[in-house]
Design a protein around this ligand. Structure first.
Ligand SMILES: Nc1ncnc2c1ncn2[C@@H]1O[C@H](COP(=O)(O)OP(=O)(O)OP(=O)(O)O)[C@@H](O)[C@H]1O
Length: 252
């Protein structure tokens, strides 16, 4: 579904991602782990179009997406969530979700003038869909509140609703468990699993090992910009190379 071929990203002389090749299988929840500075977030930036690779190719369903703008990749069905979501604090929760869909009919003034009925119908459909997404993540009752009232965990759920409006086929989650209270963590894990049951392919960066072991299969380990190993969660967890990479990371 998502294929990386010899992907590198250099910052000056430092290769944050170094000749990485990887296949993300359709319909799975793949975990991406590795010590701090391994290059995980840089890899997400490359896949989602926030950065261009220095070398290599990235294919989504066989079509090259490396070098495409982030909004094009989003429209092609690949969405990402951020480690620290930053909703517009004074806008309502619902309006924050409605910001996401690009290319809606109402965006074209000429079109709005020619076909106001179609625009209104489209807006209604979008609102309904945004409300359904908020309902899915459990935030529907807060739809009219300003986003600033949300807790860290609720912001992650809002972020999820925001990307779901676009009906992505692949979602990259950057540390969905970070900064989330334990009660909401279960909700987030449950929502990710439910989306996956619905056929969404998922790639997750996460430092919380319980979350990774319970949710992800396979698990991919990165160290120093490279792929260290890829395999079943239990096998990865007990692999001496992985333990060494983490201990090396702590010592550094
Ligand atoms: N924009 C940038 N400019 C220069 N160096 C960068 C940039 N982004 C990342 N790096 C460097 O690239 C390396 C990989 O960073 P990255 O954030 O991708 O790691 P990570 O695995 O996501 O780490 P963490 O788990 O701490 O988030 C680090 O050495 C980092 O300092």
């Amino acid at each position: 579904m998502l294929e990386l071929q010899g992907v590198s990203k250099a910052f000056g002389g430092h290769r944050a991602v170094d000749g990485l090749s990887l296949s993300i299988e359709r319909g799975r929840i793949t975990g991406l782990i590795g010590p701090n500075g391994a290059g995980k977030t840089t890899l997400f930036n490359l896949i989602a179009g926030a950065m261009k690779p220095t070398e290599g190719r990235i294919l989504l369903d066989g079509t090259r997406i490396d070098g495409l703008r982030a909004d094009r990749i989003f429209k092609a069905g690949l969405a990402r969530t951020f480690q620290i979501p930053r909703p517009f604090p004074e806008m309502t929760v619902l309006d924050n979700v409605l910001l996401a869909p690009a290319g809606q009919l109402g965006e074209s003034v000429l079109r709005a003038w020619l076909t106001p009925g179609a625009v209104r119908a489209q807006e209604r459909r979008l609102r309904d869909r945004a409300m359904a997404c908020l309902d899915f993540v459990g935030l529907a009752r807060l739809a009219q509140d300003p986003a600033r009232v949300l807790s860290g965990g609720q912001r992650k759920l809002l972020e999820l609703a925001r990307v779901l409006v676009a009906e992505p086929s692949v979602i990259l989650f950057d540390e969905p468990g970070a900064g989330v209270a334990p009660a909401l963590l279960d909700t987030i894990v449950e929502k990710i699993a439910a989306l996956n049951r619905d056929g969404v392919t998922i790639l997750i960066i996460e430092h919380n090992m319980d979350l990774v072991m319970g949710l992800c299969d396979p698990v991919v380990v990165m160290a120093q910009g490279r792929l260290l190993i890829q395999g079943r969660p239990q096998a990865v967890q007990s692999d001496p190379r992985v333990i060494e990479a983490y201990l090396g990371g702590v010592a550094a």
